[in-house]
Write a protein that binds this ligand. Structure first.
Ligand SMILES: *Cc1c(COP(=O)(O)O)cnc(C)c1O
Length: 224
């Protein structure tokens, strides 16, 4: 399938999901997850009007960012963050969605170059309670958000989760509730990053403001 077609199909899915949830289409941003995709493919997506791209692996992302620097794209780091990767993330990315502990946030804060705009932060929540998945325990979330909101060089934008779609709507609904609770004490936050190729309809129904879509746009990835 052509990129033009898959972007059009995904746009149609998003429009339909928004209509079903009585939401404006403009209330849900599309983050194109470009991990394993070449710089050429990303450039082709950019030519279709896509500006925001998500990458999981710093080492893989940096050469693509350098190759595409003239396009002025917006880069989101969406994977788990190891301590030894924070300097590259703080220097080269616009957003980080996988922040799930204070130590990582502190390093990103210290390492964000002062002349750059703040790094936009989503705190990842472990909502489906799976041992294999990273993310902050929901009970520890308010305290972590309060602490991150104080750090220079960072701007707390919201929450991120990878709800287990096999658990039906429950984890998506739980994320919406957490998002509302955190919003009450942090009026500046505006982003609920949830929903992927397989479950964007669930996510939009439960208040997602940013869906992270990879395979539906770029085709299935080679399994490693
Ligand atoms: C790979 C990835 C996605 C995109 O997944 P698809 O199922 O290909 O849409 C979204 N979010 C995160 C955190 C990912 O790692």
């Amino acid at each position: 399938m052509s990129l033009t077609q898959s972007f059009a199909d995904t746009e149609a899915r998003l429009a339909k999901a928004c209509a079903a949830a009585a939401r404006a289409r403009g209330s849900v941003a599309l983050l194109a997850v470009s991990k394993t995709q070449s710089a050429e493919t990303i450039a082709a997506a950019a030519a279709l009007g896509q500006r925001a791209f998500g990458e999981n692996y710093v080492q893989e992302a940096l050469p693509k960012m350098a190759a595409l620097a003239s396009l002025k794209l917006e880069w989101h780091h969406i994977g788990p963050i190891q301590s030894n990767k924070t300097a590259d993330i703080a220097t080269h990315f616009d957003w980080a969605h996988g922040v799930d502990r204070l130590k990582i946030a502190q390093r990103l804060s210290e390492q964000r170059p002062p002349h750059q705009l703040p790094l936009q932060i989503c705190v990842q929540v472990n909502i489906s309670n799976e041992a294999s998945k990273s993310g902050c325990d929901p009970a520890a979330l308010p305290q972590l958000c309060d602490a991150i909101a104080q750090l220079p060089g960072l701007r707390l934008r919201g929450l991120m989760a990878i709800p287990d779609a096999l658990q039906s709507d429950a984890p998506f609904a739980a994320m919406r509730l957490l998002f509302e609770q955190v919003s009450a004490s942090h009026p500046g936050i505006d982003t609920l990053s949830m929903g992927m190729s397989g479950d964007l309809e669930h996510a939009v129904r439960h208040g997602s403001t940013m869906v992270r879509i990879g395979s539906a746009l770029f085709g299935s990835r080679p399994t490693k």
